[in-house]
Design a protein around this ligand. Structure first.
Ligand SMILES: Nc1nc(=O)c2c([nH]1)NC[C@@H]1CN(c3ccc(C(=O)N[C@@H](CCC(=O)O)C(=O)O)cc3)C=[N+]21
Length: 290
């Protein structure tokens, strides 16, 4: 038996079509949602992501502003730009592309973004709100994974969910969203003893470590749903996930490919978060004029 392939590209297209409808509804109120993406330095991979985000915005009818700053930008200069965007009423969402150059304090930069414009969901207030079950913005990658599980009809109440990788950006918020959906969650990290013993219990397995091939077919329970968040560029130029796709697909019930899986969903959910921000801003403005 070979696993069903979960098509993130197709699902992201339908999510973006929904966003485009919501953009039209806001346009009728005279509002165009705006996303600002700040890119510091010249990292070629970051350049590609930023270009893809801008193109996705344009297609869905959102206004996007890309702010490019040199590698030698000071932290104070970056904080000034963020504060200006916080005050800018045409901008509903702010994303500062990570990683930042080494001389910057990433936490300080993120904490300077107004929490109600933090469409990445990385601000400490947004992390706290998610943890206490009252999310304002859900981080885009885990949010996209939840959307994929929902569209596949994967039952989560009472399910065993195992996450490999405990980052603030993916693993930890993923755990919170799966927990909120009623799953029993195990969060593994690089010190986990006998990783396979954990992953083999999973009905839903999410892998987000940045290590190609860390999960192989023998570590998967037959029929499990496998979500591969990793995006690794191999020396030969190939793009692969963290899961060994060929062996995993023989065992899993469903699996996400790389590319064309979680990546496109991350961008689609960024647009969802931006439209949510603009809708909230519009509702707030309406309350003030009552
Ligand atoms: N503040 C911030 N927020 C982010 O969300 C953020 C970030 N910084 N820094 C970089 C990572 C990376 N990231 C990706 C999004 C989509 C794809 C994507 O769509 N990938 C395609 C392949 C693209 C290719 O061919 O290279 C796919 O998986 O099919 C990849 C990577 C968002 N990131």
């Amino acid at each position: 038996m070979s696993a069903r392939i979960i098509d993130g590209k197709a699902l992201s297209d339908s999510v973006r079509a929904e966003v485009a409808e919501r953009v039209k509804a806001l346009a009728a109120q005279g509002i165009q949602p705006g996303l600002a993406v700040v890119l510091v330095g010249e990292d070629p991979a970051s350049q590609v992501y930023v270009r893809n985000k801008a193109a996705a915005c344009e297609k869905a009818g959102l206004h996007s502003r890309v702010i490019r700053m040199g590698e030698d930008t000071t932290e104070a200069e970056l904080l000034d730009v963020v504060r200006q965007l916080n005050e800018d009423s045409a901008i509903h969402g702010i994303l500062v592309q990570l990683p930042l150059p080494g001389h910057m304090n990433t936490a300080k930069v993120i904490e300077t973004i107004a929490a109600h414009k933090d469409v990445d969901g990385f601000h400490i207030s947004n992390a706290g709100l998610l943890m206490t079950g009252k999310p304002l913005f859900r981080p885009c990658t885990p949010y996209g994974v939840m959307r994929m599980l929902e569209s596949e009809g994967v039952p989560l109440r009472g399910a065993e969910a195992v996450i490999v990788g405990a980052s603030n950006i993916v693993g930890k918020p993923m755990a919170m969203l799966l927990l909120a959906a009623g799953a029993t969650v195990t969060l593994c990290n690089s010190k986990t003893r006998d990783l396979g013993a954990q992953t083999r219990r999973a009905d839903v397995l999410v892998v987000a470590t940045g290590r190609p091939g860390i999960v192989t077919g023998d570590m998967i329970k037959p029929g499990a749903v496998v979500i591969d968040v990793g995006i690794n560029r191999l020396p030969d130029g190939r793009l692969v996930g963290d899961v060994d796709f060929e062996s995993a697909r023989q065992v899993a019930g469903a699996i996400t490919p790389v590319p064309g899986g979680v990546g496109p969903m991350t961008i689609a959910m960024l647009l969802v978060n931006t439209i949510e921000a603009a809708e909230r801003s519009a509702a707030g403005a309406a309350l003030q004029t009552q």
